[in-house]
Design a protein around this ligand. Structure first.
Ligand SMILES: [Zn+2]
Length: 119
């Protein structure tokens, strides 16, 4: 059985009603999946839960670590744009990446390590 976006969102809300902060995507995934699965096992991926949460205004804090640069937004799949900053001499350097669609931001040379979800 495949869950719909609204079923997933309802499950996220009920999980966050019990635990107002979920400290990782894995934890949210396990709790949402458990909430969704009644008699039948429900097919849902951690990435899909993350996207549904973001789309519906759940607050998500992204902890990043040094790593491979990402080009695609982890929330909406859109291409990330460069964030540039000018130095004292007017030379601009790329300091981070931004998703114009959902405002996700990450520093240059960093990749998402952990997602924290809040009600
Ligand atoms: Zn985005």
């Amino acid at each position: 059985m495949r869950a719909t976006d609204s079923e997933i969102f309802e499950a996220i809300k009920s999980v966050l009603k019990k635990d107002t902060t979920i400290h990782s995507q894995k934890e949210l995934f396990e709790k949402v999946k458990k909430t969704l699965s009644g008699k039948e096992e429900v097919q849902v991926s951690a990435e899909r839960i993350r996207r549904v949460a973001k789309k519906n205004g759940i607050r998500i804090q992204v902890h990043s670590r040094k790593g491979k640069e990402i080009k695609i937004c982890p929330f909406c799949g859109k291409e990330l744009q460069d964030i540039t900053s000018k130095d004292l001499f007017g030379k601009s350097t790329v300091i981070g990446k931004l998703c114009k669609n959902c405002k996700f931001e990450i520093g240059i040379g960093r990749s998402p390590a952990r997602y924290v979800f809040r009600k």
